[in-house]
Design a protein around this ligand. Sequence first.
Ligand SMILES: [Zn+2]
Length: 269
Amino acid sequence: MKTSILPKCWDKKCDEEEMRRRKYLDKWQAVVCEHYIVFTNGPTASCKKYAVTLEKLYDMVQKELPFEDPDHLLVAYIFADKEDYFRYSMRITGWSEESARATAGHAMSTFYATYYNSPRDPTVYHEATHEIVGACLKVGGVGSWFQEGMAVYFEKKMSNQRLDSCRSDLKRGDCYTLEEFFAIRSLIADPKGHSHRNYDHAGALLDFMINAKEEPVAGKFKEFMDAARKQGYGFAEGKDLSARLIKNVYGLSVPEFEAAWMEHLGISR
Ligand SMILES: [Zn+2]
C-alpha cells in the first residue's frame, strides 16, 4: 500500500519533500477486524468505528443471504482527505476526474474506498454492500438494476429506511417498465436523470425478490443468485440476461414478473 498505492494518491508536494512524504506515510495504519482490513490515515478512534459498522453490515448480509467467508480479509481504504480519494479513483480505478468527484465512495469486489465521512453514513453501507456482493456472494453481473438494488436494499435496512418508499411513484406510473429498467446500463448515469428514483425502485425490487411470500417468487432468491453467478460478469446484456434469468428461475416473462411485483405492493394498474 505504501509503495504502490499511496504514491499515486498523495499530494504532489509529497513527491518533492521527503519530510512531508514521511509524515504522510506515518499517518497510515491498518485496522484489522474479523472480516476486514481497513487502511486509513483518518483519526484512529473513528476509523475503528468504521470497522464496527462494516462488521455489522457483513453479519446482516451473511445472515440474510448465507455465504462462506472468503479466505482473505475484505479491503477498505479510508482517506482522510477527499482529494486523495479522488486521485485514488482516477489513478487506481481509472475514472475520469468528473466521475471521481461525483462520488463519495466506491467499491469493487477487491476493495471499498471512500474519504472520511460519518462511519454510519448510508453510503458506507451502500458501497460496502457492493464489495460483499462481488467478493462473498460472487454475483458480479446481471445488470445495474440488480447491483444497485442489492446495495440500496442493505443500505436502507442498515439505516432503518423504508424499502417501499417508491410505492406512490409506481402507483402513479412515475417509473420505467421493468423491460426499460433492465436495459439501463447504469442507473446512476441515467440520461433521463432519474438516478435517485431508479435507486429507490431497484431497492424495492430486490426487497420483493428476497422477501416475497407469494408464488412463484417466494423462496427463490438463492436460486436466482446461483443462476446469475453462472452468467459471469457482463453488464452490457442486462436486458436479455435479466429476462432469461427471470424466465428460468420463476417461469415468468418480464411483464408477468412486473405484474407479480405490483400485486405484492398492493398496486392495481
Ligand atoms: Zn451503488
